[in-house]
Ligand binder design. Structure first.
Ligand SMILES: C[S@@+](CC[C@H](N)C(=O)[O-])C[C@H]1O[C@@H](n2cnc3c(N)ncnc32)[C@H](O)[C@@H]1O
Length: 331
């Protein structure tokens, strides 16, 4: 074994990597079956867990074996299955929605055409489903719910970190452009009680954002606008945030959007871009995987290195002042 606990035999390591497909599918199935939710209150024996999750016990046992091997579940003799700290994250409201989305057919199927996307540079999602991602979501409410729930789960940590890391004290009004269901503004407005927000979104997400902000008691401080951010960006703000937005678009489109944000905030304003940066060396890094997800979902949309980001900013008349890591990063 090497110091990462891997076999020195390259064939063994390759087989383990290929098995990643089955591991991701097993984790996603566990999330969609609600295994972490069922085990949340305490350990359960196989039969009880099977009854609660409406699974066939022998088939469930086979899934549980894989989850035990991946350190998501522990099997305790005489007690049954219990969640590990990582397994508890598969519950709904934590990362469960993201795990469910990963294995759901509408997001999983296009990955079988990754090689086509690499050949053409075009979105396998659009080819498979006949529409670009966001147009498809406009017409498929159930899948849009899955998608937005997954993005919320993914974004929550970064939203919290941004609310802490950026000093909003001199700011009175902030815009979240393509703000999804309000996850970021809920964190930011809760952390900075003097601040007002404006969120721009497509109709269905805007409606859900409005409801989420109301549930958080923040609707009086946030103006949720239905709109196309390529047509208008609200002008009455000092800070514009683009979180997980420009990686969906090619360079000219991203420059156009950054330029609109620059004009919206005026000469003393700030544009905050929250996104992964491609690391300069060949390290294993989650951003490289997200970059392939962008290729599959959005075609020319891509993650960028810091110098590419700097060029993009400069082409939009902005200066990249600083890049701040919000989370420790995933390797
Ligand atoms: C990857 S999600 C990011 C959501 C949110 N910023 C976050 O990070 O949690 C991209 C968002 O952009 C929205 N969007 C895409 N095209 C848009 C457009 N032309 N105008 C407004 N919103 C758009 C989508 O509906 C989606 O919610």
């Amino acid at each position: 074994m090497n110091d990462r606990g891997e076999s020195p035999d390259p064939a063994d390591r390759l087989l383990v990597l290929l098995g990643g497909k089955w591991v991701a599918a097993a984790i996603s199935a566990a999330a969609s079956l609600g295994i972490a939710d069922a085990l949340g209150p305490g350990p359960l024996r196989l039969e009880e867990l099977a009854a609660r999750t409406r699974c066939q016990p022998q088939a469930l046992e086979r899934l549980m074996r894989v989850l035990v091997g991946e350190d998501l579940v522990r099997e305790e003799s005489g007690v049954g299955y219990a969640l590990t700290e990582m397994g508890a994250l598969l519950a709904r409201g934590r990362l469960g929605e993201l795990a469910t989305f990963v294995g759901s057919p509408f997001s999983w199927d296009p990955w079988s055409a990754l090689a086509d996307s690499v050949r053409s540079g075009e979105s396998a999602f659009a080819k498979r489903h006949g529409l670009p991602l966001f147009d498809y979501l406009d017409h498929h409410g159930d899948q849009a719910d899955l998608y937005h729930a997954a993005i919320d789960a993914f974004s929550k940590r970064e939203a919290r970190a941004l609310a802490e890391a950026f000093d909003f004290s001199p700011v009175s009004r902030v815009a979240d452009i393509g703000g999804g269901r309000g996850t970021l503004l809920i964190e930011v407005l809760s952390r900075w009680p003097h601040l007002e927000g404006v969120l721009v979104e497509r109709p269905a997400a805007a409606e859900q954002a409005r409801a989420a902000l109301a549930r958080a008691g923040l609707d009086q401080r946030c103006d949720t606008r239905v709109g196309d951010f390529f047509e208008s960006v609200p002008g009455d703000v000092e800070v514009c945030i683009l979180m997980h937005i420009i990686h969906s678009w090619d360079d000219p489109t991203s420059i156009d959007l950054l330029d609109r944000c620059r004009q919206a905030v005026g000469p003393d304003g700030t544009v905050l871009v929250v996104e992964g940066l491609v690391v300069p060396d060949g390290r294993r890094d989650l951003t490289n995987l997200l970059d392939l997800e962008m290729l599959v979902l959005c075609g020319p949309g891509h993650e960028r290195r810091k110098p590419e980001m700097r060029r993009l900013f400069s082409a939009a008349g902005l200066k990249l002042e600083r890049a701040v890591p919000l989370t420790a990063g995933v390797r």
